[in-house]
Design a protein around this ligand. Sequence first.
Ligand code: ASP
Length: 592
Amino acid sequence: MNYKRNAYCGALTKANTGESVHLSGWVQRTRDVGGVVFVWLRDREGIVQLVFEESVCGKDVFEIGRSLRGEYVVTCVGEVRMRDAAAVNKELKTGEIEVFVTEAAILNKSETPPIYIDDKAEENELIRLKYRYLDLRRPKLQNNLRLRSKIISTIRTYMTEQSFTEVETPVLTKSTPEGARDFLVPSRLHKGNFYALPQSPQIYKQLLMLAGFDRYYQVARCFRDEDSRADRQPEFTQLDLEMSFVEPEDVQTVVEGAFARVFEAVKGINIQLPLPRMTWRDAMENYGSDKPDTRFEMKIKNFTDYAKNCGFPLFENCVNEGGEVRGICAKNLSTLTRKELDSYGEFVKSYRAKGLPYLVFNKDGTYKSSFNKFLTPEFAENARKVFEAENGDIVFFASDKKNVVLQSLGALRCEIAKRTGLIDPNKYNLFWVTEFPLLEYDEEENRFVAMHHPFTSWMDEDQDKISSDPGAVRAKAYDLVMNGIEMGSGSIRIHSSDIQAQMFDLIGISKEDAQLRFGFLLDAFKYGTPPHGGFAFGIDRLTMILTGSDSLRDVIAFPKASNAACLMMATPSDVKQDQLDALDIAIVKSEE
Ligand code: ASP
């Protein structure tokens, strides 16, 4: 029997009633009730119920129906009929109809699958990753990957309309400093030498500007060899772009346009443009994070001035030692239990806060605190004023070095919002964080490092601080943030060889080292480089958010497990001795 279908199972509706259809797909499940066999047949569009009834299909076809098992591949011809009202299955999109089979053939059998092909069966992730090709049969993963494809095609259309040229850049390349470790590929023809897989196409896209392409983009695969974390993928996809003769706003306008187009296409949501802008400084001061979740308020307020002589030794000492006292006001949480308060105290410890003093404004107008012995009416009044606290609210304090205070309160406000249901999951708060610091101090390495990457230029206004106070210099760097997540980042680049050399010097890359690693770039910059800037955003993450998935693994066809291994192919794996010999590589097993 031929298997050329003329309809998709999941696309049938009652409008097809009376039609003869030819379907091909996989058996989802079977139910044999004696004289009749009901079979759910699945294809990429969904499931429809087949009915094998001997009086309709004859003995031979009926026997085929009876022999079907889960995941058999079947082709069949049948008539679409309305179900009786009592037999309508609301669980199925096609639940109003069923197909009475007249002809059928088994195209392939299947062993009993090691996992249930069912969106409700999501346990055993490791086994599902091992049998990824089976897990991918689940409607949820099918829909996620189709939505991903739609996102990418929407972006491609938009970028083309914006007159960008898509250019592919090499995967076998040289290290680009994006802050992570490189994956290395040994060279056979140049023994002892290695390619690096790109952490981003950063240098190539800058060179494309030098070459005069003016507007470049790429759906680029990038690789970063980072320590395994729950939801990290060693390879990921970015929409990478670069433009010439632009200021930050020009790049931002293109990027936010792409986001608006995608939201419109896949969610039907109209995003108001231009997006709001927030400086890095404001983000840190108000939210304690450079990627604040602004779906709820609970801003951080500074209490340091009042803490100086407040009578509470912990706060006074902290201020005297140059620290700060800040806090957040959690609305209507005055009735938190001791246990809940303690668990928030535990929570902030992982952000290096030593404790979590609090002040509760009871509903009856009285107040109490975790430091009652030192609490004066004046303290309470000041706190009421600074934190705009009302009866029924609770103020949490942090006193420490500024960065510890901001980080712990920033994390705490998100945790409180999460635990107390303050977050509206249907809200998408997209905005720009601008004016990032150019440099950050690396305590371990005892030197400045580039906060974005070393190709980022500084703000003209801060030119005079470059030698006197480099830590205070702001960069022409910007991130796009949504709901507490960094969606992507970019910057206006350095386009002069001298300034690039100065930047390498600032971050402690010696002249020789700079020449060795980036000599080609410093040279290239001497041949008429236009001012340029760009951006990159993660397509995996965007897809994860737009599909409402909890994990990147749900939006990548063949993801790695959290230990960076592919459980399906068992990669990474060892290689044959002759492959190693060809590379002049010997494996030396470490003691462990
Ligand atoms: N190369 C940067 C990154 O991958 C993005 C950019 O600066 O355009 O994060």
